[in-house]
Ligand binder design. Sequence first.
Ligand SMILES: NC(=O)c1ccc[n+]([C@@H]2O[C@H](COP(=O)([O-])OP(=O)(O)OC[C@H]3O[C@@H](n4cnc5c(N)ncnc54)[C@H](OP(=O)(O)O)[C@@H]3O)[C@@H](O)[C@H]2O)c1
Length: 332
Amino acid sequence: MDGQGPASSDDAPWLIVGAGALGQLFAASLAAFRPVILLGRHLAQPAIRLRKVDGTDVEIALARERLKDWIAKRGEYSVPALVVLATKSHDTQTALDALTPSLAPTTPLLLLQNGFQVQPRISEHWAGPVLCASTTEAAYRPMPEPKPKPKPKPEPEGDSHSDFHLSRPDVVHAAAGETWIGDLAGRHAALATVVADDLSQAGIAATACADIRLRLWHKLAINAVINPLTASHGVRNGELTRVEFRPRIEALISEIDRIMRAEGIKPPAAGWQALIDGVIEATAANRSSMLQDVLAGRPTERDAILWPLIDAGLRHELATPALTALYRATLA
Ligand SMILES: NC(=O)c1ccc[n+]([C@@H]2O[C@H](COP(=O)([O-])OP(=O)(O)OC[C@H]3O[C@@H](n4cnc5c(N)ncnc54)[C@H](OP(=O)(O)O)[C@@H]3O)[C@@H](O)[C@H]2O)c1
């Protein structure tokens, strides 16, 4: 495995760190195919209630621990073959720092974060292979529902899980997408292929790629327009087609275009405007992840998504008034 330890080998578990939307989706999907341990911050039952894309619910049993308990009981578990970091970008370094004393220094990592902040930093400092993923899978944790009015008792279905179908899922797989996996230095292609194959086998369509930097920056461009605008205005993605948003979107895209050229990032074939408009249209009914975070009172990924662009603007001496104004208008 690029001389760095077998991410796929058989009995060695993958640790999935961060029991949020994507962490639970990956853990639930993988659990039937290979050993996984999901590490979160809170005590949880050893199962995930997953609402699949087709709207059906399944309950998947798997090993779950609090991260601090796994560290304390580390000797009871096999050495992990891969650590999948599925926290938000602002929590990733802290989670990795907590785990580091319990990991072999060359343990392969897979980073699932959006933006382009943790990826270069961790790739530079981690001794083992660092794979990055760019994924269009969409998952969310449902907000707590208001207490429902009492309903007539449902007909028994002869199914021991019938109560489960009435309860709130832990995670909703909102849309199936594609996941691209590679490393920024282009040194771990074989490992990326093994990991992508395992994910694909588990139903998360994944492909190894040699241009993960480009793919991360393209996703960053989309997120840098849609996420902060929808979060700061409290609107769903489709609202961005309203005429009053046009001048701001065009100004943002023009700055992004100049920054990408300076960074040597090839534009998408149809151009930035078409790429971003296409995503707004395709996800019109969605609440962006940043809007969901604002509504839930959670920190946003503003710094991981907007700051790499503003920072690149500063390095290349390019003015970024639209990006900077949006950065200031968006909650951290
Ligand atoms: N969700 C998607 O559809 C999607 C798609 C593409 C990319 N992404 C990217 O994937 C990353 C994760 O997104 P998400 O939507 O899954 O976020 P999320 O639902 O907020 O989940 C993050 C989880 O990490 C946990 N966490 C934070 N610090 C931790 C620590 N030190 N130890 C253990 N667990 C810790 C959080 O715990 P608490 O529960 O206590 O907060 C939370 O459960 C983000 O960078 C996002 O941009 C997400």
